[in-house]
Design a protein around this ligand. Structure first.
Ligand SMILES: *Cc1c(COP(=O)(O)O)cnc(C)c1O
Ligand SMILES: [Zn+2]
Length: 386
């Protein structure tokens, strides 16, 4: 299978996350122009690695809808990855990870995954479907409501002393020949970023041409890096004529990758306090700053940019998307649209903002306060129409 080191270009002897020669991250690369064309024209999965069984629930091929509420700004389209089977884009990677584990040619039999947000329920769902054992690691003190989706799929949940980074490092130590680390970072496995290439194939199919910008909420960044790679493959094989610029969006209260882009230096872990409530993208990269560096390189290669947004702007756009556009997004996802206020885009740009997760995952906004209406329908009509 064409799994190659993303740094030195060497083919790797077996499917693994990092290159045995140089330590670079491994990605699946589809060099065949016909398959890339099929991925754009007919089936986005045509350029993914094929396993004996595709464990799938219809992930991907998500709608692209216009966002009207942008005054004098660029043309913005929201790609609703919130409409995936478990309500986040993580399903693109989970489908491939679980397909790999079930393939008799691979040595893996079970999965371990670190997550406090959307990866765990996504991997747990696909693991349940394929009857694969799955252990989930979360930081001690994680709210149980966040884990109810995981428990519904009967994954085993364990707590680890520390934060997400500690859970990830534990997962790395627990993984090996028989246990695959399904965590959604480049250094855990080569599948997640490779699967996210389908975002690029679908976007080109939906718009008919690449946009000027793709705005991506970023934790460690395999979504941004994978999407960029998809566009790059299409560009190198002359399927598209331009390469979109990638915008890396993080929260001001934890923005290690944006900081490094601004300072033009390699990504270092975030050692300041984490002061954002936009949890799904607050990744301090403790112990795996190279993951963030891989994402910074994708931003640079695409001639893109990076912005750190304050929480109040992110929450304002979470509300606006729901109230004005009918799009119920979790705050981390709304950050990709909120970036229109960051002075990056030109008015004649076309922007695709990835709405990565559903609002039902992490509700935000005012508590509902229903008004008793009594028994008089006229009262309702006049409240509605007058
Ligand atoms: C995981 C996640 C992200 C960040 O994706 P990475 O590929 O880890 O950078 C963004 N938004 C949501 C809702 C997520 O769950
Ligand atoms: Zn290498």
């Amino acid at each position: 299978m064409p799994f190659r080191c993303h740094s030195c270009g060497d083919r790797v002897p077996d499917v693994r996350a990092t290159c045995p020669d140089c330590g670079g991250f491994v990605r699946y690369v589809e060099a065949d122009r016909d398959r890339l064309c099929t991925a754009v024209e007919a089936d986005p999965t045509a350029a993914l690695p094929a396993f004996e069984t595709a464990v799938s629930m219809g992930e991907g091929e998500t709608p692209l809808v216009s966002v009207e509420d942008v005054d004098d700004g660029p043309t913005v389209h929201a790609k609703l990855d919130s409409l995936n089977p478990t309500c986040s884009f993580k399903d693109r990677g989970s489908s491939l990870v679980v397909s790999a584990v079930t393939d008799p040619e691979t040595s893996w039999e079970a999965l371990v995954v670190a997550s406090t947000g959307n990866t765990a329920p996504s991997v747990a769902a696909y693991a349940a479907r394929a009857d694969v054992l799955c252990a989930v690691l979360v930081p001690e003190g994680t709210s149980l409501s966040k884990l109810s989706q995981v428990s519904a799929h009967h994954a085993d949940v364990y707590t680890v002393d520390g934060n997400f980074s500690d859970c990830f490092r534990f997962a790395q130590r627990a993984s090996g020949e028989r246990v695959l680390n399904a965590t959604a970072v480049y250094s855990a496995n080569p599948f997640v970023a490779s699967a996210n290439r389908t975002v690029a194939f679908e976007t080109v199919a939906q718009l008919g041409s690449p946009p000027d910008w793709v705005s991506v909420p970023v934790g460690a960044g395999p979504l941004l890096g994978g999407t960029h790679q998809g566009f790059r493959e299409l560009y190198e094989r002359d399927v598209i004529e331009s390469l979109p610029k990638m915008l890396c969006v993080q929260a001001r209260g934890c923005h290690p990758i944006v900081r490094a882009v601004e300072r033009d230096e390699p990504v270092r872990e975030w050692d300041e306090p984490i002061t954002t409530d936009v949890g799904a993208i607050a990744d301090p990269l403790t112990g795996y700053a190279e993951d963030g560096e891989e994402t910074r390189q994708a931003v640079i290669e695409s001639d893109g940019d990076a912005v750190a947004l304050p929480d109040d702007l992110v929450f304002e756009w979470t509300d606006r998307l729901a109230a004005m556009e009918g799009i119920y997004a979790e705050p981390a996802s709304a950050a990709s649209v909120a970036a229109v206020d960051a002075d990056v885009f030109d008015p004649d740009d076309t922007v695709v903002s990835l709405v990565t997760g559903h609002g039902l995952k992490e509700s935000h906004g005012e508590k509902p306060d229903p008004t008793p209406i009594g028994d008089d329908p006229d009262r309702l009509r006049s409240a509605l129409l007058d």
